[in-house]
Ligand binder design. Sequence first.
Ligand SMILES: [Zn+2]
Length: 456
Amino acid sequence: MSPAPVTVDKTMDKLVSLAKRRGFVFQSSEIYGGLGSVWDYGPLGVELKKNIKERWWRSMVHEREDIEGLDAAILMHPKVWEASGHVSGFTDPLVDCKKCKNRFRADDPRIKGTPGQPDAQCPVCGSKGTLTAPRQFNLMFKTFMGPVEDQAAVIYMRPETAQGIYVNYLNVLQSSRQKIPFGIAQIGKAFRNEITPGNFIFRTREFEQMEMQFFVKPGSENEWFEFWRSERLKWVEALGIRSEKLRWHQHEKDELAHYAKDAYDIQYEFPFGWQEFEGIHNRTDFDLSNHQKHAGKKLDYLDPKTNERFIPYVVETSAGADRTTLVVLCDAYREEEVAGQEAAEGGEQRVVLRLKPSLAPLKAAVFPLVNKDSMPELAHRIYDDLRRHFNVFYDDGGSIGRRYRRQDEAGTPFGITIDGQSTQDQTVTVRDRDTLKQDRIATTQLVSYLTQKLAG
Ligand SMILES: [Zn+2]
């Protein structure tokens, strides 16, 4: 067998560059040289991510009778993380190079030989026999609460939002008068001191989770597990992601997290390979049982129908808001050949984000064809009117072809051009980002036209 040809995929580089150029994502603290694997969302990125989070919240909380929302604090009692197993079990085996001081995951594929043995070779400086044997390294960020930096005041930045849900499960149950089965959903930041982060916003040290913990009667967890697998895949597909780029991955025994009995990931084929961006986990009664033990508080549930007492099992759906945003960006990114009038005006090639219109940061851009003949006045009136309904953008800079191209890169689904005819008969052209077709629409019909196109 001959080795597969090496193809260097430049898609990620192009996407990172577009994200910066158009204001989706910036490197954190860039003027100081950047902070490793921490990213900031710019004007378009914050809208895109917010649209994804709102869609998640609507589908998981508002559209369901049996799920309640929660926003728990990032900082929690340190005993939470002892009970959850994160203090002892949330570790990665790491090796250090004694010569160049670089640190690697023990399973780093670039390491040749066995770390700790004379044959092992450092992937950075190339020295042999300088790598230590693997040591466990906790991934939680530590900080100090209160004025005294002593051991008693050590607390952690939460490595997952789930624990805020578990410790509030009785509060939510009682205040909302829910009955099991029911769920609690939360969107929030989490922090992990990853040693090999990377791939843009795929693996970052600060990230946002969209998690839902569904509490069920023991014995019914497999049924609910299948239910939520199916629901979550449907939700992902409804984002407009191409289905051939999606697949399931079931965790092998040695991949399972310390709390999980069964776990499936939804994977996407990123330019850097198949990777997960959402997981559905059967966490059993692991977390609630441990909190009951460590806190010394009863966390069992009394079934009002059968009078049975039990600690609920938990089926978790855990999605990364940043990773889902990356999936949406990667899937929308296209380089296309353009023909006809548009090619003459804006060039024969374009980069376009084919974002689902309801997810797009900007819904429409308003362009006066030229900056004279009453066109800017009419364009501004239309812009002001549309702004009360949608996030829209006004652009009068450069040729109309170049203005279309800029909005293609931003993923803006509609371009509204005010031309000579507009000032005569109060109509405008609406250009569709994907088909490049133009409709002529009365200005009075614009809001309903766009509302219809943006649904779904
Ligand atoms: Zn080295």
